[in-house]
Each structure stands twice: as structure tokens, then as C-alpha cells.
Design a protein around this ligand. Structure first.
Ligand code: ARG
Length: 465
């Protein structure tokens, strides 16, 4: 398209200032809507034909023209990158007119870029959700594989980052599996609200032509049509919901990254990061740095930023469309790219992570993580829990003074604190008992975790179908 020739040039005498045009133009980023714009235009062409606005010959010419535009873009991608256009919609329309002449000028009948862009963006986000769900599936698979490869490993579980109770490493993996499962479900719910057709709303008041919106929705795979034209062209809830879904994925990946970073430190020492996903220091020769995970944690901020930016952009807008909304594109594209890359790298980290089982089990056996077991033992012998808690607190204080773990104390030392303690106490202080006692649904008992792992496997293969 020649620079001066705008879609809306008729009532203008002068050209836009070049710097303003550069500020206004969205082509450099909304070119990513190329395919969905063509898809929506092809369907709209059918609607115009059914409404009797264009002849079947004109419709055929438009369809062929759109096909040629796609073919050219694919055979010469640079032509897209170099094009000088206001936005993707005007770019495609101008190409079409160049190719087929007058019929091309009819495609925009009864349509506005306002309902067009809302339709395109819903199509694009719908695909983005499907793609993110596939990546979530892969990261969940990597978590299950990692859990299965280290079935017997026990690590300390923490609250307040203080040793709390031992848990299976597989249980830790499945915690992240659950978070990502919710993320997938959440995005599916968002998708159901994304999948509503705005086209036919025109600029704001609805189109004057006999567009059959229901068949148009069917052609484009939308579940329903929007109920109010003013809302349809100015609603970006679906963008905000999508960004919010992305932000939660990032929250979960960031927590995962933080755990792995900690567990890779010399201080914890449970994991070692493979060379494929680590970096060195330019100065300190001994360093192996978890940059992969730090970047996942760090990039969480930009996705939160996009969500916040869109909430702020939308909050003061009068009905209906305002150009402010064009800001939604970069927020969504960058969030999608970031979430996709971070899911890929998370899977890669899991596939390049080794476990120091010895180090983990030493940690799991120390730090009085069986203290709750001792209290539960006393409860089973008839001591009320609150009293048992107090007694065990005293035992822990004594053991600390003696620099011993609870199971290292002698029976006489233990019975000093409660006459209800007898020799069977040692059995309940073992790591095995501490774990197997947690056999409640969702607990960390090995048999329960085994069941959870097979459920996770089943869930993954059902979703793959
Ligand atoms: N590039 C615009 C956007 O993303 C397309 C819609 C323009 N509509 C208009 N009335 N100027 O919002």
C-alpha cells in the first residue's frame, strides 16, 4: 500500500505526520494476526454472499485473492516484514484490492475494524490457549517422569522454609503437577468466554446488512454470538482473563524455579543442574549458576506487568472502541511468548536435573521432623493432643541440648517426659513410619503417592487423546 493511501483517507486533505504515523501504526506487531484475519475475512465473505451483498463470482474472487495473499506471504515472508501499512487489516484489504480490483473493495461492507480486530484477537487467543495447554501437558509429563525416576527419594518438607515433615520427592513433583493442571483447566474456562463472535457488531451499533451471525459463528468455530454490539467491540475481558491465566502459570513456574534454585545450592544440595541448563561465572571458575530458573522467576514480573497494564488501560475507557485498546496486542503476544518459553525451559530443566538421594535422606532424617509423630503416638496412648504437643516440645528442647535427634534418645530419657511412652515408641519415629502414616487421600505415604502417580499418568494420556 502506498504510504498516503489510507482506508479512511476521504475526509482528509493532508498526510499524517510521519512520526505520528509510526506511533499510530500497529502493523509491526499485529502482523501476527495475519492468518486469523484471513480466516475471519474468508468467513465474512461467505456471510456477505449469503446476504446477497456480493455475487458468487465476487465471493470466489475474494476467496482466491485471499489465498494468493497467503501464498505470497509464505513464499516471500520478507514481503510481510517490510510492508509499510497501518495495521494488518488495512494491509490485507489493500493487497486484495491490488489483486482483484473492485470485488476486493466490497469485503469491508458492513464491517468495521472494530468488530474485525475483536474477532481476529479472539481467534488468535483461542489458538494461543490450545498451544499453552500442550506445553502445560509437556511440563506435567516431565514432572511425572522425574517423580517416577526418583520414586524412593525423600526430602524434607518445609513450612516457613524451616524443616517441617519429610515428604517424598514425588509428592513435591505432584504438587506442581496439580498447579499446572488447574492452570490448564482455568485456561479452558477462559477459552469458553473467548469463543464468542463479535463480528456483525460493525463499528459499535451493529451492521445494517443481513449478516447471518449464527452461521458466521459456526463457520469460525465460535460457540455463540455476542449479545450487545457496544459491548462486543469494546470488551477486552477475554484479554485480561487470558493474561490472568498466564500470570498464574508464571506464579507456579516461579515457585518451582525458586524451589529448584534452593535445592541446587550447596546448603541444600538435593539437586544438581545439568550443564545443558546452567551457566558459569566469568570470574569464579567453580560456579554453576541456575540462570535458566532465575530467568523463569524473573520473567514472571513482565507477565504480571502486562496484566496490570491492561487492567489499567481498560478502567477509564468510555464506550465503545478506543484506540487505547490497541495496547492489548503486545501485552498478549509477549505474555504468550514468555509463558511458552518458560514452560519449555521448565521441562528442559526437569529432564536435566540429577538428584543427590543420599544428601536428601540425611536431611530428611534430621531437624526433628518426626516430632509430630511422637505427639501423635502420645495421642494414640490417650494423651490429649494439646498436652502431647507440650510434652514433645519439652523433649525437643532436651534433645537439642543433648545434640541428638529424637530417635537417638534412650528410652529412659523419653519416659522422663511421659509415662505413656514405652519401647514401641522407636518404631513410630522411623522415617518409614513417619511417611506411611500419611496415608490419607492426598498425603505423602508411598502407597498413596503411587496411586496419585498412576492417576497423573492416566490424566496425561486421556488428555493426549
Ligand atoms: N489496530 C487496531 C487495534 O488493534 C485495529 C482497530 C482500529 N479501529 C479503529 N477504529 N481505528 O485496536
Amino acid at each position: 500500500m502506498s504510504d498516503g493511501k489510507k482506508l479512511w483517507g476521504g475526509r482528509f486533505k493532508e498526510l499524517a505526520d510521519a512520526r505520528f504515523a509510526a506511533f499510530n501504526n500497529s502493523f509491526k506487531f499485529d502482523v501476527r494476526l495475519f492468518y486469523v484475519d484471513v480466516e475471519a475475512s474468508r468467513a465474512y465473505c461467505g456471510a456477505l454472499e449469503r446476504a446477497g451483498v456480493i455475487t458468487s463470482d465476487e465471493a470466489l474472487a475474494i476467496r482466491n485473492g485471499l489465498r494468493t495473499i497467503v501464498d505470497r506471504a509464505e513464499s516471500d515472508p520478507a514481503s510481510l516484514a517490510e510492508a509499510d501499512a497501518e495495521d494488518i487489516h488495512s494491509f490485507i484489504e489493500a493487497r486484495l484490492v491490488e489483486l482483484i480490483g473492485d470485488a476486493g473493495k466490497k469485503l469491508h461492507t458492513g464491517r468495521s475494524r472494530n468488530d474485525q480486530v475483536a474477532t481476529d484477537f479472539r481467534l488468535w487467543i483461542r489458538n494461543a490457549i490450545d498451544s499453552i495447554k500442550e506445553h502445560l501437558h509437556d511440563t506435567q509429563t516431565a514432572l511425572v517422569e522425574f517423580a517416577e525416576a526418583h520414586r524412593a527419594v525423600v526430602i524434607p518438607g518445609y513450612t516457613h522454609l524451616q524443616r517441617a515433615q519429610p515428604v517424598l520427592l514425588a509428592h513435591w513433583c505432584l504438587a506442581y503437577f496439580e498447579m499446572l493442571a488447574r492452570d490448564g483447566n482455568r485456561l479452558s474456562e477462559v477459552r469458553s468466554r473467548v469463543n464468542v463472535l463479535p463480528l456483525g457488531s460493525a463499528a459499535l451499533a451493529g451492521t445494517s446488512f443481513k449478516i447471518d451471525r449464527d452461521s458466521l459463528a459456526g463457520d469460525l468455530g465460535f460457540d455463540s454470538v455476542s449479545g450487545n454490539s457496544l459491548d462486543a467491540v469494546s470488551d477486552r475481558d477475554f484479554v485480561i482473563e487470558f493474561l490472568s491465566g498466564c500470570a498464574l502459570v508464571m506464579t507456579h513456574l516461579s515457585r518451582f524455579a525458586e524451589d529448584v534454585i534452593l535445592y541446587c545450592t550447596t546448603e541444600f544440595g538435593f539437586f544438581e543442574l545439568g550443564d545443558a541448563v546452567a551457566t558459569g561465572s566469568s570470574l569464579m571458575p567453580q560456579k554453576k549458576n541456575p540462570d535458566s530458573l532465575e530467568l523463569i522467576r524473573g520473567k514472571t514480573g513482565r507477565v504480571f506487568g502486562h496484566l496490570h497494564a491492561m487492567l489499567t488501560t481498560m478502567k477509564g475507557l468510555p464506550l465503545a472502541y478506543n484506540k487505547d485498546m490497541q495496547e492489548d496486542k503486545e501485552a498478549v503476544f509477549d505474555s504468550f511468548d514468555t509463558v511458552t518459553a518458560c514452560l519449555e525451559i521448565s521441562s528442559m530443566v526437569l529432564r536435566n536435573l540429577s538428584v543427590n538421594a543420599g544428601r536428601a535422606s540425611v536431611a530428611a532424617l534430621s531437624g526433628y521432623m518426626n516430632a509430630t509423630e511422637l505427639a501423635d503416638y502420645l495421642v494414640r496412648k490417650g494423651t490429649p493432643f494439646r498436652e502431647a504437643h507440650e510434652v514433645v516440645g519439652n523433649v525437643v528442647m532436651y534433645a537439642l541440648e543433648q545434640q541428638k535427634e529424637l530417635h537417638e534418645l534412650r528410652l529412659e530419657e523419653l519416659t522422663n517426659f511421659s509415662r505413656q511412652i514405652s519401647s514401641d515408641v522407636f518404631e513410630c519415629l522411623t522415617l518409614e513410619r513417619t511417611l506411611s502414616a500419611k496415608s490419607v487421600a492426598g498425603g505423602t505415604a508411598p502407597a498413596t503417592v503411587e496411586t496419585a502417580l498412576s492417576e497423573a499418568r492416566r490424566d496425561l494420556s486421556e488428555r493426549k487423546k
